[in-house]
Design a protein around this ligand. Sequence first.
Ligand code: PEP
Ligand code: MN
Length: 350
Amino acid sequence: MLVRLRKGLVPDQIETILALSRELGYAARFLDADRLLLELEGTGQPQDRSLLEDLAGVAEVLSTGDARELHQTSPGASPTEVRAGEARFGAGKVSLIAGPCAVEDEQALLHIARGVRARGATLLRGGAYKPRTSPYSFQGLGRPALEMLARVRAEVGIGVVTEVLDTRDVEAVAEVADMIQIGARSMASSPLLLEVGRTMKPVLLKRGFGATVREFLMAAEFILSTGNEQVVLCERGVRSFDDCTRNLLDVGAVAFLARETHLPVIVDPSHSAGRSELVRAVARAGMAAGADGLIIEVHPRPEETHSDGQQAISLNELGRIRRDAEAIANMDEATFVIPADQTSTPEPAL
Ligand code: PEP
Ligand code: MN
């Protein structure tokens, strides 16, 4: 049996739960450092479940027969809506995240932030810390880029999503970010997943390019085990034998995840397509598979960027993708969330 405890319990309340578990004949052990998930081993009696559920400190009891993991949908339960800045993901809400791959120049960032917001994006993306394949490539500007993000955020009034690679930077990133990104290369780093989870900030978790869907879900489970339920999953393409696109967008996984988990799922057509001219079509495919949003790399002068210029799209192309996303969301009776001071102007998705 698994017992999920409420957050913020005092030691006496935890002791009450442990004492009752012992009294009922179970061996109890916490599965996480934050002592929110308690595993009870023993045969027990059918009534034990409700005895435990009656305790004020217990959020829910999962019996072994239906021992659900935290990411799983349960009959009758509503899907999780994740909120970051003005963005809303899941439970019938679709949001757009857009911005440069990396934060490089404050004036360019300001221009992009205004441009993407005007085209319906509710979160600005941009990496201060860049996970690169080669140690000799541009690694991101680090702290100065976080400061630029903070100033642009204040100036434009748009929330920020930015990646953290190292547990030592989590605090600094959490100060600036409305949503913290864990990238494909870090998906399997459990210390990072736990550290980011504990900030209680919304988390954007990207699927590793060689990770199975099960491994992806278990990475999400690490974050959820901290008591942080604000997790958005992001399918960004997996490695395939072919190189006509940078990665292969796994639309089947998007459809599967939309059923299997109560967490929102978004699609990154930029890192999957890897080529600006394919981004719009791949974005449409992701939305059609049931995504709750998109994260897209935008740059008006891609030739000047140090990372991922070949997949950056123009602001005008972003406008077209936004119209597609809104139309597809509406077909699915979902709402495309726009910045508060804008009015929706749905146009044909052609
Ligand atoms: C990114 O979003 O810029 C990024 C590096 O993505 P991924 O982790 O999916 O490769
Ligand atoms: Mn990138």
